[in-house]
Ligand binder design. Structure first.
Ligand code: PHE
Length: 453
């Protein structure tokens, strides 16, 4: 395979930060703390850690193997590694999932921009809980305003992707990821120093094993999948830009550790602040767009300036985390159109942005003026359900089967050891998990999420 003209990430650190950027997103900051809080706090975190490190890591390494060995984006990688077979459908599934997730994910990402502006202009000052509910509902159901932010967010993503792998994705990750770490540490420290913060810490960190049941296990696994960006070829596409000396096992471990740390730190921001003012953190998008601005206002209420700065930093953090993820979703599809149909990168990106703008607009409207239901769900919820609950686990399962059973074992070994230059003593365990443990576990999540268990 002669693809020497293919661009790679310029450095190993750049590659790690880009992959971590894909993984760290709304899933960590919004979904994880809520899931953890609801499922027994530290008990959930322990199960989650097991899911990330026992299952998530091997699947991530498998995706890396597919990407780096084929040197093709996920849409093409499977036809390169298994020409003439039906495995190519895994790639298409990934591309389609990327396209669909990007549409609705960008809607929520766009909301973060509205909240940045609202924080900046002091719109949160002196508001009551009821005001925050009204602010969010009026905004998210407005037929026009969220669309402007959706467009803005998609355009940011678009321009970074058009700049290419090295100058766009890698460079932006190298700037945004450190900013994100600084913001998250500062916010967590502020939140934990509030009066009564200890109760929030207890809620998040004190294990309540009585709440651990099959649901917690399966919930943790689903969360691990979404949060690590597994099962749709984002990481396999990024791995196709890894240099020959990138260590797949070490990179996967770094991404897993960073992603988990950000998730736990997000919990350390949200719960101490919420408990400090005696507000029960509740579910869904309302947690970060209704409860939190209220919490921040009350927590720092005596000093409106502090409340404004804290809210502003939080929504900037959220926007950055979402942006590094939307970039990876966009790249999966753009790279595919570019490689498969030989479209120029800018043209491929334009098609992706255009398509996602349409699905994004429909998703956004389905939260307000467009109240038709498809299969009992609004368009936004339908996209979320079909992608996160069906397409991701399905394609994750197929990747396990592909690398575990179809690809030659020696090919995997060669990738993990960089042609024998590195040690990979974990290799037999890794193959065992890919062949047996992970597929069984995924079938279980799948069955549970579809209500079959
Ligand atoms: N991992 C991202 C998050 O936690 C979401 C995502 C899923 C990104 C799948 C890319 C692919 O928000």
């Amino acid at each position: 395979m002669q693809r020497n003209d293919r661009v790679n990430f310029g450095s190993k650190l750049g590659a790690i930060l880009a992959a971590a950027g894909s993984a760290v997103g709304l899933g960590n900051i919004w979904r994880f703390p809520y899931e953890a809080g609801n499922h027994g706090g530290a008990a959930f975190i322990l199960v989650y850690l097991a899911c990330v490190f026992v299952m998530g890591m091997p699947i991530m390494i498998a995706e890396f193997t597919v990407g780096r060995h084929s040197k093709a984006s996920t849409g093409k990688a499977f036809s390169v590694l298994a020409p003439g077979t039906q495995w190519k459908w895994i790639g298409f599934l990934g591309v389609l999932a990327g396209l669909l997730i990007l549409g609705y994910y960008s809607v929520v990402a766009g909301w973060t921009l509205e909240y940045i502006v609202a924080a900046l202009t002091g719109s949160f000052v002196d508001k009551t809980s009821a005001d925050f509910v009204a602010i969010f509902q009026n905004f998210s159901q407005d037929p026009f305003r969220p669309l402007v932010w959706l467009l803005a967010f998609l355009l940011f993503t678009h321009f970074i992707v058009v700049k290419g792998v090295k100058d766009g994705i890698e460079k932006s990750s190298k700037v945004m990821m450190p900013m994100l770490f600084i913001l998250i540490v500062v916010l967590a420290c502020c939140s934990m120093s509030l009066p009564n913060a200890g109760k929030g810490l207890e809620f998040l960190l004190k294990p309540d094993f009585s709440k651990v049941n099959a649901d917690v296990f399966l919930g943790a696994m689903g969360q691990a999948f979404f949060s690590l960006s597994l099962g749709m070829g984002c990481l396999s596409t990024y791995a196709s830009y890894f240099g020959p000396d990138a260590k797949l096992g070490k990179t996967a471990l770094s991404v897993g550790v960073i992603d988990t740390m950000v998730a736990i730190m997000a919990g350390l921001i949200i719960f101490p602040a919420a408990f400090s003012v005696g507000i029960q953190p509740d579910a869904g998008p309302s947690l970060i767009f209704i409860t939190l601005p209220n919490v921040f206002q009350q927590a720092f209420g005596g000093v409106p300036f502090l409340a404004t700065v804290f809210s502003l930093m939080f929504y900037v953090l959220l926007a950055l985390a979402a942006l590094t993820s939307t970039i990876s979703l966009h790249e999966v599809v753009t790279a595919y159109l570019n490689e498969q149909f030989k479209l120029r990168r800018s043209r491929a990106a334009m098609l992706v942005t255009g398509f996602c703008l349409i699905t994004g607009v429909l998703s956004s409207l389905s939260l307000g003026v467009w109240d038709d239901k498809i299969l009992g769900l609004g368009f936004f919820d339908l996209l979320d359900f079909v992608t996160a609950k069906i397409m991701l686990p399905l394609s994750g399962l197929l990747v396990c089967l592909f690398v575990g059973w179809y690809l030659k074992r020696s090919l995997s070994y060669e990738e993990l050891t960089n042609g024998g230059l590195q040690k990979a003593s974990y290799f037999p365990l890794y193959m065992f998990i890919l062949k047996y443990v992970a597929p069984v576990a995924i079938v279980l999540i799948f069955a549970n999420e579809l209500g079959l268990l």
